[in-house]
Ligand binder design. Structure first.
Ligand SMILES: O=C(O)C1=C[C@@H](OP(=O)(O)O)[C@@H](O)[C@H](O)C1
Ligand SMILES: C=C(OP(=O)(O)O)C(=O)O
Length: 439
């Protein structure tokens, strides 16, 4: 059930806050897959608990993987002790993968693309479905690729959810060509399960550029950390067959979910610090350092974390966001409040995200009196005074976050279904309120 509208709070004074963030969705769901396929038990320290990650855990549990909560482990070298946003750890005990099982992917791209290759390794039937919108997100290329690698999948010829994976307990693997221009997750899903394929995998992409390069790097790095042999070339990835190690995965804070909080510093001319910001990371959110600097923020990284300071007004952004597309909704909201025009490109694939994000952002920014237009592969946003009104969110967590950013400066924004943030950041509205009125 959608939750009632949320009145996005206006910032009456510059924000001055430290905002600890829960774990990365992308790292949590990769670590769950790699731990489930490992040769020995493992643990996720500070995993994200949210709809997307709980669905992944439930899906792996349905296939026979043991996933239980444990008291949080101390993290060597992590400054400041456990984050107040961190809950229990997850212990993962790999089991023999088996059906029959039913998997609900919700609206999680990571579940719908990472789980089916694992299901193909199970013995028995696995039925995979998700939210109505999940049935429209790009899946055809990974269904075809899995078939080419030896998996049996019955999708009624739709090339989309729902479908049944007829697992035989093994996947042959080998070489496959895929058009992953619709989503990097189509490649990541194949790579993550590939150490368990008889021949491993060689995936070659052919087509328009693959988006979200940062997430592909994350896939390769995490596979290697789990002991897999991975080679990469431009548009080709090879994973050798072999055992994965059971290990501890310390999940970094979700840097993409830092966007709206750091953006608040820019909008209000204030200061926001996100603690535990890693010195090096594959997360796309790390690009916020450069992007917010370009918009006029002062960005510093030190022992306290990443600090963004606004200086009053700020500039629009001209940027190719292909590699970091999931930052777009919040950046677009910032652009709508900026002092000069913006042009965000390289993001045609956002039309296949939780909603058609390009259309949704244009409709909602313009619905508040703004001036945004779609480009073939992006958005053009020109500053204009905005007014209050209902901001529709299309079951997209990042549309709620974008609305919150606009609401800092525009009184009267009523955000539809704020509960949809539960996809990756269940406590968002509480954290937003404490950022604006720190205790
Ligand atoms: O692999 C991942 O964890 C993700 C990859 C990206 O997907 P696309 O390549 O479909 O944009 C990103 O937008 C998504 O939020 C998370
Ligand atoms: C595109 C996103 O999610 P998903 O993992 O469902 O693709 C996102 O979080 O912005």
């Amino acid at each position: 059930m959608p939750s009632p509208h949320w009145s996005a709070p206006v910032a009456h004074v510059p924000v001055d806050a430290t905002v600890p963030l829960p774990g990365s969705k992308s790292m949590t769901n990769r670590a769950l897959i790699l731990a489930a396929l490992a040769a020995a038990p493992g643990r996720l320290v500070r995993p994200l608990r949210s709809r997307d990650t709980d669905l992944m855990a439930a899906a792996l549990g349905a296939l026979g993987v043991g996933i239980t909560e444990e008291a949080p482990a101390a993290v060597a070298g992590a400054p400041g002790g456990p984050s107040p946003e961190a809950g229990a750890d997850w212990r993962v005990v790999p089991g023999e993968l088996r059906g029959p099982a039913t998997v609900d992917t919700g609206l999680a791209g990571t579940v719908m693309r990472f789980l089916p290759p694992v299901a193909a390794l199970a013995s028995g039937e696995v039925f995979v479905d998700g939210d109505p919108r999940a049935r429209e997100r790009p899946m055809g290329p990974i269904i075809a690729a899995l078939r080419a690698l030896g998996a049996g999948i019955d999708d009624g010829g739709r090339g989309a959810l729902p479908f049944t994976v007829h697992g035989t307990g093994s996947v042959n693997g080998g070489e496959v060509v895929i058009d992953a221009s619709g989503s990097s997750q189509l490649v990541s899903g194949l790579l993550l399960a590939a150490p368990r394929f008889d021949k491993g995998v060689e995936v070659r992409h052919e087509g328009p550029p693959v988006p979200s390069g940062a997430h592909l790097t994350m896939t390769v790095e995490m596979l290697r950390e789990a002991g897999a042999a991975v080679e990469t070339d431009e548009n080709a990835w090879r994973v050798a067959p072999g055992p994965l190690e059971g290990r501890d995965w310390v999940i970094e804070p979700d840097l993409s979910n830092a966007a709206q909080f750091l953006g608040a510093a820019l909008v209000t001319g204030g200061r926001v610090t996100v603690p535990d910001w890693p010195a090096e990371t594959a997360q796309p959110g790390d690009a916020l350092r450069g992007l917010l600097t370009e918009m006029g923020a002062e960005v510093t990284h030190g022992p306290d974390g990443l600090t963004v300071r606004g200086r009053g007004g700020f500039r629009g952004l001209r940027a190719d966001l292909r590699g970091v597309g999931e930052l777009t909704p919040v950046l677009a909201a910032l652009c709508a409040l900026a002092d000069s025009p913006s042009r965000l490109t390289g993001i045609a694939h956002l039309r296949g995200h939780e909603t058609d994000r390009l259309a949704a952002l244009v409709a909602e920014i313009n619905g508040l009196g703004g001036d945004a237009a779609e480009l073939p592969d992006g958005l053009e946003i020109r500053p204009r005074p905005l007014r209050g009104g209902v901001f529709h969110t299309y079951d997209d967590h990042r549309m709620v976050m974008a609305a919150a950013v606009l609401g800092l400066a525009v009184p009267g924004i009523e955000v539809e279904n704020p509960g949809t943030v539960g996809k990756t950041l269940p406590n968002f509205t509480r954290q937003w309120a404490s950022m604006l009125a720190p205790a």
